[in-house]
Design a protein. Structure first.
Length: 322
């Protein structure tokens, strides 16, 4: 289905929980967030109604997000149910990777196609500082488990924050080169702590300059996926890596946006960077009515964000669903 600007909207990001077992500094406060009561988190039955409704208007790609989606009990069962919906062709997951070691095989058997893993540092101390509690070795084992399960290409997402993890840029590329992974560096977005001014992202032009001190970057059409990354082949002698850069602010890609989001509250957010949300009243709606409601919301999808004008987005990334 096309929105009012002629963009084809075929991608739904589903937040299945607002809970997370990490407290990454750019995503969630150290003390956590005011969690939704369990009975207010969208149920799997409601999610299925929305997916069926969305498939009727042209949504064919679904990504499970959170919070940390793997903290939601029974997620492989939900994946299997969504995989059975006519018209849904691709299922992916964004995760911090901490539970993948245990769940990768179940997810693959359920029908999941690929995973994106947030990994902002390889150094154990830096990783724990950023996540405030994470164990990088457990995440690395989860990445390996995902590769063995066939959830490939495994993509690594990294946000570089000034004064925090600039030293990790080259080690991260060394890691993906050695393990046949893809990495995407993503600009820090003005949400959460960044919106409040306590964090400042390292501009991606500077990230690229650091990469080019050791690696030659050759632009190419990137690997399969739904996102707006600009991809490069990084070459250093016999070593090669696939590196992407995502510029949501400095080189915004709103003209090609193809997605909507559903929060763990069951509301639709047409744009990550805008605070407008539309409740679906799922329990009291039929699939047909939900399809019509989604179509109307898509027609209201704004054309662009205003982050470059120093606007900010209310709420935490973990609450919205990323």
């Amino acid at each position: 289905m096309k929105d009012s600007y002629g963009r084809e909207i075929n991608y739904l990001r589903l937040s299945v929980t607002d809970r997370c077992n990490f407290r990454c500094k750019y995503c969630m406060p150290d003390k956590g967030i005011n969690k939704l009561p369990h009975d207010q988190i969208v149920s799997y039955e409601s999610i299925m109604k929305v997916v069926k409704a969305a498939s009727r208007i042209g949504i064919d790609r679904v990504r499970f997000t959170g919070g940390e989606p793997l903290t939601r009990k029974g997620l492989p069962e939900l994946v299997q149910m969504v995989d059975g919906v006519d018209g849904i062709d691709e299922l992916t997951l964004t995760t911090n990777g901490s539970l993948l070691e245990e769940l990768a095989d179940d997810l693959a058997r359920a029908g999941l196609d690929r995973v994106n893993v947030s990994l902002d540092a390889i150094d154990a101390n830096t990783f724990t500082e950023i996540t405030r509690r994470g164990d990088v070795e457990k995440v690395l084992r989860g990445i390996n488990a995902s590769k063995r399960a066939g959830l490939t290409p495994v993509k690594i997402n990294a946000v570089i924050v000034k004064g925090m993890n600039e030293s990790e840029i080259l080690p991260l590329i060394d890691f993906v080169a050695a393990n046949d992974l893809t990495i995407r560096f993503i600009e820090l977005m003005p949400m959460g702590e960044a919106a409040r001014g306590s964090l400042e992202g390292l501009p991606l032009e500077e990230v690229m300059s650091i990469v080019e001190k050791r690696w030659q970057l050759v632009k190419f059409d990137g690997p399969i996926g739904n996102g707006p990354a600009s991809y490069y082949r990084a070459v250093n002698g016999e070593s090669k890596a696939t590196v992407g850069f995502i510029f949501p602010i400095s080189k915004r890609f709103c003209e090609g946006c193809n997605r909507i989001r559903m929060t763990s509250r069951g509301s639709i957010r047409p744009c990550l960077a805008r605070d407008e949300e539309y409740p679906l009243n799922i329990d009291h709606s039929t699939v047909e009515r939900l399809s019509a409601r989604l179509a109307r919301i898509i027609k209201r999808k704004p054309y662009e964000h205003e982050w470059e004008a120093k606007s900010v987005t209310a709420g935490e990334m973990s609450d919205i669903g990323g």
